[in-house]
Design a protein around this ligand. Structure first.
Ligand SMILES: Cc1ncc(COP(=O)(O)O)c(C=O)c1O
Length: 392
């Protein structure tokens, strides 16, 4: 043992439990157990052929060097054109910053804006990095509870009550991980009004934008005055099944582009050059692979929803987007952590305790249905037998 000490700030940096559960599940697999992975947040589809070919062509063409920190101009233009074509927003390419995955958009935005004395409002349950990065930045995370009775949508009256003069940033995520909820246009309008009234910056995490089951996508960006105070976080990971490529983008208000680019220069320099050509091919190529993937997710969602609602003690509201079922397990008499542990140990099913997403996740379990229908059916049977034989 040495006398080396980590910096104090490391004590404030959390982690993503999905990766920890994955490690436990892999260890069991290495010891010969069969595990069904329902903990993982990535599409189980291959990246479409035309995207892979574009990456190979870019490699062959020599795109293997540094490129501008905020992204190659063609891709920044491509993102702006894509956002306009898909009816989401009109934006000039110089407000687009391309990053290695969407996560850096979160990291850079929070680091650029929030520090000691500032409060950051974020959804709980929610993606664990929001709280972790906020604490790391020295700011105070303020959870905004998402309740099942409200379709796991933000209660805008409650949000307004949580705002204080110290509130700096509001993080939204719709469609939502882990709950599968989605904000309505009315919600977004009310949230936009709150942001304008209290001078909040909004980080709108829309990585699951394309994966929704009916209904238009709603965003705070649809409302006047929001473009100057909203960071749109999106990317290629979920929409195009490209998690391993590490490609994301942010659309920033003018005044944030330079600071965020500086953070990129200090940390990653730029995003992989040849990957950016593949990213452009994804935006400009056929939409059929995305449609097919979403149709398959919907089919699985219906199977998982019916299966969960058939288990005594478990109930699940219909997910409206993303590929997660967030089911209520309170009727089992078990805690979320206990059920997570029992499912892995007794049934070989890796599913995440709702508390991996914050204290408001107690009483819930998150199942990712980015897995095959036969595996999902086997897992549902296994969950049923664990739950019916369990005594708290
Ligand atoms: C809500 C949410 N935001 C952002 C991300 C990060 O995406 P990326 O893999 O592109 O960094 C994820 C990934 O799981 C997510 O669920």
């Amino acid at each position: 043992m040495t006398g080396f000490q980590l910096a104090e700030r490391m004590g404030r940096l959390g982690t993503e439990s999905a990766f920890e559960l994955l490690a436990k599940a892999k260890a069991l697999e290495a010891a010969g157990r069969t595990i069904i992975h329902l903990e993982i947040g990535e599409p189980d589809f291959p990246t479409a052929g035309h995207i892979r070919e574009a990456a190979v062509a870019a490699l062959e063409a020599g795109h293997t060097h540094y490129v501008p920190a905020p992204g190659i101009p063609e891709l920044r233009e491509g993102v702006a054109a894509f956002l306009e074509r898909t009816g989401r927003m009109r934006v000039s390419p110089d407000r687009v910053v391309v990053t290695p995955g969407a996560k850096p958009v979160m990291f850079f935005t929070i680091l650029a804006l929030a520090g000691p004395g500032d409060e950051v409002l974020y959804p709980d349950p929610g993606f664990p990095m929001y709280e972790s990065i906020t604490s790391f930045a020295g700011a105070t995370p303020v959870p905004v509870p998402l309740r099942e009775a409200n379709g796991f949508r933000i209660d805008t009256a409650e949000l307004e009550r949580l705002v204080t003069p110290r509130s700096k940033l509001l993080i939204l995520n719709s469609p939502h991980n882990p709950c599968g909820g989605a904000l309505t246009r009315g919600d977004c309008e009310a949230i936009a009004e709150i942001a304008l009234r209290h001078d909040l910056v909004v980080l709108s995490d829309e990585v699951y934008w394309a994966i929704r089951y009916g209904g238009e996508h709603a965003s705070v960006l649809d409302f006047d005055g929001m473009a100057e105070r909203t960071v749109l976080l999106d990317g290629w990971s979920k929409t195009f099944a490209m998690t391993g490529w590490r490609l994301g983008f942010g659309v920033f208000p003018d005044w944030l582009v330079e600071p965020v680019t500086r953070l990129a220069i200090n940390s990653v320099s730029c995003t992989s050059a040849f990957s950016q050509y593949a990213a452009l091919a994804a935006l400009e190529g056929p939409w059929t692979p995305v449609e097919d993937m979403v149709a398959e997710f919907r089919r699985r969602r219906d199977i998982v929803l019916a299966g969960l609602n058939d288990i005594p003690g478990i109930s699940c509201v219909e997910p409206r987007g993303a590929f997660y079922a967030f089911c209520n397990i309170t009727g089992t008499g078990l805690t979320s952590a206990d059920l997570e542990a029992r499912l892995l140990r007794d049934a070989g099913v890796a599913a995440l305790s709702g508390t991996a997403f914050g204290p408001w996740g107690e009483g819930y379990l998150r199942l990712s249905y980015a897995n095959s229908v036969p595996n999902l059916r086997t897992a549902l049977e296994a969950i049923k037998s664990v739950v019916t034989s369990a005594t708290p």
